[in-house]
Design a protein around this ligand. Structure first.
Ligand code: NDP
Length: 272
């Protein structure tokens, strides 16, 4: 019988997940289907159980259901438990297992595809929402020396900085306090989606090895334009993170590592 997978979200029309997982399945001739379901507010948990009853093996979860997905799981893997949000579920032996591959995909993209080793690096994360939370544990796991979280609401940044407890050096501040000395700058705000940039002082980009906007498909965002102006050595957007988190999910479900470079190239919008 064909194994069923899907992505749940609202809205869902924009999702690239069916394209990615269908392409991965074709690489190995896997007998699986992948659907996109738009779920009404309040109907997430019921829809998950209905999907399981009809043969569902696993789910990707996108906004606004990531927190609900983690909360309803019987077992949460570390990256999902720390940020209290899941972007992937697996149904096994009557249990729902939650994972969050967003940050893992981000680190995989930075290391494998962009050739930047996070080990020993000083990292700025702009923003304190779901994407910033998800990036923390994988970055610490990759051996970064220090993470600074800057956010408009400093209180929110402080809350996120405390998520890992004493593990790693993670501090929080407002944008005005930022100084030069970062190796990697990550834009984890949603500013690019509105054609804006977080208020990072230009000097913070000076000498940086990589400036990375987690948003994708927007071309040269104001954040990336600023990084270019202040001569960050490499700029990238989140298309690689998107494809790599999908590859991680596929591997978790099917035990096989798909090839990702052709899909990243196909989905890339030039940064000019
Ligand atoms: P959230 O809504 O959870 O968080 C948004 C954050 O952005 C908050 O910290 C908010 O600050 C900040 N923010 C919003 N507008 C501005 C602005 N104009 N200036 C400064 N800060 C601003 O969003 P997510 O964490 O879910 O998503 C963040 C980004 O990551 C999006 O661009 C999204 O597309 C991207 N993303 C990419 C993925 C990928 O696979 N490539 C996966 C997941 C997310 P405050 O707290 O002060 O309001």
């Amino acid at each position: 019988m064909t194994d069923r997978y899907a992505v749940f979200g609202n809205p869902i029309a924009q999702t690239k997940s069916p394209k990615l997982h269908t392409a991965f399945a074709e690489q190995f001739g896997e007998d699986m289907s992948y659907e996109a379901w738009e779920i009404e507010a309040g109907g997430f948990e019921e829809a998950v159980h209905a999907f399981i009853e009809h043969g569902g093996q696993g789910l990707n979860v996108t906004a606004p259901f990531k927190v609900e997905a983690e909360a309803m799981a019987d077992d949460s893997r570390e990256s999902a438990a720390i940020c209290g949000a899941a972007n992937c579920l697996k149904f096994e032996d009557g249990r729902i297992i939650a994972e969050n591959f967003d940050g893992i995909g981000l680190v995989r993209d930075i290391r494998r595809n962009l050739g930047v080793d996070p080990k020993g690096k000083r990292v700025l994360i702009a923003g304190a929402g779901g994407a910033a939370r998800g990036a923390l544990e994988p970055l610490i796991e990759a051996g970064v020396a220090e993470i600074v979280i800057a956010n408009r609401s400093v209180e929110r940044a402080q809350e996120v900085a405390g998520l890992l407890g004493p593990r790693g050096s993670i501090t929080a501040c407002g944008y005005e306090a930022l100084e030069p000395g970062f190796d990697i700058l990550l834009n984890g705000t949603s500013a690019s989606l509105a054609g804006a940039a977080p208020p990072i002082p230009g000097v913070a980009f000076v000498g940086a090895e990589l400036a990375y906007d987690l948003a994708y498909g927007k071309g040269l965002t104001p954040f990336l334009a600023q990084a270019k102006e202040y001569r960050a050595r490499q700029i990238a957007d989140g298309v690689g993170m998107l494809v790599e988190q999908a590859a991680e999910a596929f591997h978790w479900w099917r035990g096989k590592w798909p090839e990702t470079s052709a899909l990243i190239a196909e989905l890339t919008v030039p940064l000019e």
